[in-house]
Design a protein around this ligand. Structure first.
Ligand SMILES: Cc1ncc(COP(=O)(O)O)c(C=O)c1O
Length: 356
């Protein structure tokens, strides 16, 4: 058997998604919530998980949760789907929305999984660079919609890695212009205080993605898709029956019961973000950009690989984005105050050692 004869060439060509799992590191590379669950709450959750019947399948499609989260998002039950993280829902969209028109359009730079999943599901991907303010280049996108007719346009709102919110007028113009669906990924909406969810009342070709990963339950892999019930019904046929395991279903309920706690943590992260941004602005040779998410995007006036290596050697893990449009750029997740201080101190030290 010759592997290259049986594997799709677009998959063979890829190096695969890299998710470093460093232990003991100050982990500021994956946009997680830095605060662990408080002990009494953790005990409560584990007690509930103790009641799981391990030899039985979980409830298929999690209908009760669908209803509860529909209420939480202020929509009808048949407008919601749960996923094994929003990554799974991106995959579900890419697998299902392939009719007479197909293909995926994304502004770049953006969340890398849109491209990876598009390619892995046999979709053509069109990447349109953002403008100099990291906003959508509406004219360039409009020009490409006409000849290519993409079935999906993914917009991260706020955008990762740049941290900004795209102009709402441009988003609405895209929704009106495209023959396909616009997916607004609100993974970081807890930190922006902005949601475009009310637009669901206005447009039928609109889908939203949400996740509990950034709020503090990344380990439980819980994502949500919200949109037009006719599209949701088709997606539901492609969804694997038991995609949300029992422990995750319990954790989702737990989130709703303790939403104040998670909200308070997000508020703390927003405060820490502003302090971190102000301090980063004072450091020579880097330019941080304002952020509406739980991370800060910054460019370096020199080779960011060298800074990345020095930070990693000191146990500080950030996301190095040094290629293409994000040459010499990095993204740092907002951590606890102590973690942010460790990052700032080591960043300044690395810059001075490099004489930059
Ligand atoms: C824009 C965006 N969407 C989705 C995700 C993935 O979320 P989940 O953990 O729910 O799969 C991420 C993760 O970093 C993200 O940045």
């Amino acid at each position: 058997m010759i592997i290259k004869n049986i594997i799709n060439k677009n998959i063979l060509r890829q190096s695969g998604y890299l998710a470093p799992q460093e232990t003991g590191a100050v982990k500021l590379d994956a946009n997680e919530n830095p605060f662990p669950l408080q002990e009494p709450l953790k005990k409560k959750l584990l007690k509930e998980m103790g009641g799981v019947i391990f030899n039985r399948y979980p409830e298929a499609g999690a209908p009760m949760l669908r209803e509860k989260f529909a209420r939480y998002f202020g929509v009808k039950k048949d407008m919601v789907l749960l996923g094994n993280g929003s990554d799974e829902l991106i995959q579900l969209l890419c697998l299902t929305l392939k009719g007479k028109i197909s293909g995926v359009m994304v502004p770049v730079p953006t969340f890398s999984m849109y491209k990876i999943i598009s390619i892995n599901t046999g979709n053509k991907i069109m990447e349109i660079p953002l403008d100099k303010d990291f906003d959508l280049d509406f004219d360039a996108m409009r020009r490409k919609i006409k000849p290519t007719f993409p079935a999906l346009i993914f917009l991260s709102y706020p955008n990762s890695p740049t941290g900004n919110l795209f102009n709402r007028g441009k988003i609405e113009a895209l929704i009106k212009k495209t023959p396909g669906v616009v997916v607004i990924d609100e993974a970081y909406a807890d930190f922006s205080g902005q949601s475009l969810l009310p637009l669901l009342k206005k447009y039928k070709n609109l889908i939203f993605l949400k996740t509990l990963s950034k709020a503090g339950l990344a380990s439980m892999r819980l994502g949500f898709l919200i949109g037009n019930k006719e599209i949701v019904a088709q997606l539901d046929k492609v969804r694997l029956p038991y995609n949300i395991n029992c422990l995750s279903q319990i954790a989702a309920d737990f989130f709703l019961e303790n939403r104040q706690e998670f909200r308070a943590q997000s508020a703390k992260i927003i405060k820490n973000r502003e302090i971190l941004y102000r301090k980063m602005k004072k450091i020579n040779s880097i330019t941080p950009y304002p952020s509406r998410a739980n991370f800060i995007f910054f460019s370096c006036a020199f080779d960011s690989d060298r800074i990345y290596e020095k930070l990693a050697a000191a146990g500080i893990l950030v996301k190095n984005l040094n290629s293409g449009l994000t040459r010499n750029c990095m993204r740092v997740t907002v951590g606890t105050r102590k973690e942010n201080e460790a990052f700032l101190n080591n960043l300044e030290k690395a810059i001075s050692e490099l004489g930059a």
